[in-house]
Design a protein around this ligand. Structure first.
Ligand code: 5GP
Length: 180
């Protein structure tokens, strides 16, 4: 029997749950689907920092389309009492008006981050917006969210690696690990 890979990130112990080979396979499957669905179009990929940087790099290299990518963050700050919370996508350095947009996210948990992102991006009048996530915890979703592309659904356990962190650490692994 193969020895199970275990890592320590700060005070927590994690064991491999999705090996690199499976990630590669699932990412290729999703990339092929996107390339086919958007054939003849020039989509804009918006990779949500920080967690999606490795996924975005691997996904984009499997995409067979003329496309652009921008790395964005969703910033929220308190406005005046009449405007409430203001949300802004920072890092969006070109015009997405009339363009097909594909958001690249590391993991959808409650779905609130993606719901806010969709709301904010709609204000820029893109032709379409789709979500592409590496991981999805379906049992945790709190909002109705149409996740068109998902590499893998996972149970409701905390994961790290392949770009995802625990308190800033643990992003630099090839496999994904689940807390034990
Ligand atoms: P949501 O708004 O969908 O609840 O949360 C999405 C964000 O929460 C992700 O982009 C990620 O930063 C963080 N997150 C949710 N679940 C996990 C997890 O299991 N591991 C890590 N590292 N981050 C997570």
């Amino acid at each position: 029997m193969q020895e199970q890979k275990i890592i320590q990130v700060k005070d927590k112990t994690f064991a491999v749950s999705i090996p690199e080979s499976e990630l590669k396979q699932q990412i290729k499957r999703v990339a092929d689907q996107i390339s086919s669905d958007f054939a003849g179009q020039e989509p804009v990929f918006l990779a949500v920092l920080n967690g999606s940087f490795i996924f975005a790099a691997d996904l984009l290299r499997e995409i067979d389309l003329h496309c652009e990518i921008s790395f964005v963050k969703l910033a929220s700050y308190q406005g005046t009492s009449t405007t409430g919370t203001i949300r802004e996508v920072i890092g969006l350095n070109f015009d997405i008006t009339g363009r097909p947009v594909i958001i690249i996210e590391d993991i959808v948990d409650t779905g609130l981050t993606m719901a806010h992102m969709l709301d904010t991006l709609k204000g820029h009048n893109p032709a379409s917006i789709d979500i592409c996530t590496l991981l999805l915890k379906p049992t945790k979703l709190q909002v109705k969210l149409d996740v068109r592309y998902c590499c893998k659904q996972i149970p409701d356990d905390f994961v790290v690696g392949y770009g995802l962190d625990y308190d800033g650490f643990g992003r630099n692994t090839k496999d994904i690990y689940t807390i034990v």
